[in-house]
Design a protein around this ligand. Structure first.
Ligand SMILES: Cc1cc2nc3c(=O)[nH]c(=O)nc-3n(C[C@H](O)[C@H](O)[C@H](O)COP(=O)(O)O)c2cc1C
Length: 206
């Protein structure tokens, strides 16, 4: 099956370190692999309301043309979902978290089969943070990993750039860029370019 990667950009600023790291990794995707890049800052979502225990008739498809519908359709269409969020306060950015919260609403949309379709996807995380210690990215990586596991899906790994603050600073980190170039291909290894089999916790903390 042809792969189709959705890059969900969670930074509040354009061309940040997370995005540049993700773009470096994506350049090595096999030609013909579809790539779609969506910046959540350009597609603001309404605050999430938990309607799980309310009238099921309230669960309706988001309006055509709305940001929510665009994100829902893009999410459903992808074979691979790359959560590319900087570390904000030891976790994903608020825009990223809001996008994930909306998954809970999408789970209950009639006729969408969101959970079954999300189960067939592969999940990845890319992140950047100011701290030098990659262990501070672990809550973010675990968020993506556990979300994939919730769907019974595969978390393929996390790519983390440390010690970066100014936009573009990551492009001076040759070691991390080298990891990025192997991230989406079979040779990604090591504590900052983890494969799921290596174990995120062990890799990041170790
Ligand atoms: C709201 C906010 C919260 C942040 N929280 C953390 C943090 O908890 N740990 C950390 O190491 N860096 C933190 N940072 C720094 C960013 O992770 C760092 O600057 C990163 O390069 C930003 O990613 P970007 O360039 O992709 O936007 C924070 C920055 C902002 C704006």
């Amino acid at each position: 099956m042809d792969r189709s990667f959705l890059f969900v950009l969670g930074s509040s600023r354009p061309d940040g370190n997370t995005e540049q790291l993700a773009r470096t990794a994506a350049r090595r995707l096999p030609s013909g692999t579809e790539q779609r890049w969506l910046a959540l800052r350009d597609l603001p979502l309404a605050p999430f309301t938990d309607r799980r225990h309310a009238d099921p008739a309230g669960h309706t498809l988001p309006a055509p043309g709305s940001n929510e519908r665009l994100l829902l359709d893009a999410t459903l269409d992808a074979t691979d979902i790359v959560i590319a969020s900087p570390v904000y306060w030891y976790s994903v950015s608020s825009a990223t978290k809001l996008y994930l919260d909306h998954w809970s609403g999408w789970l209950r949309l009639p006729g969408v089969d969101f959970k079954q379709r999300m189960a067939r996807k592969t999940y990845w995380a890319v992140s950047a943070l100011a701290e030098e210690d990659p262990a501070y990215a672990r809550p973010l990586l675990d968020t993506v990993r556990y979300s994939a596991e919730y769907f019974g899906a595969r978390f393929a790994g996390g790519l983390v750039g440390v010690g970066v603050d100014r936009p573009g600073q990551i492009m001076a980190d040759a070691e991390t860029l080298a990891r990025a170039r192997g991230f989406f291909t079979a040779d990604a290894t090591g504590p900052l370019g983890l494969r799921a089999e290596a174990g995120v916790s062990a890799g990041v903390a170790g």
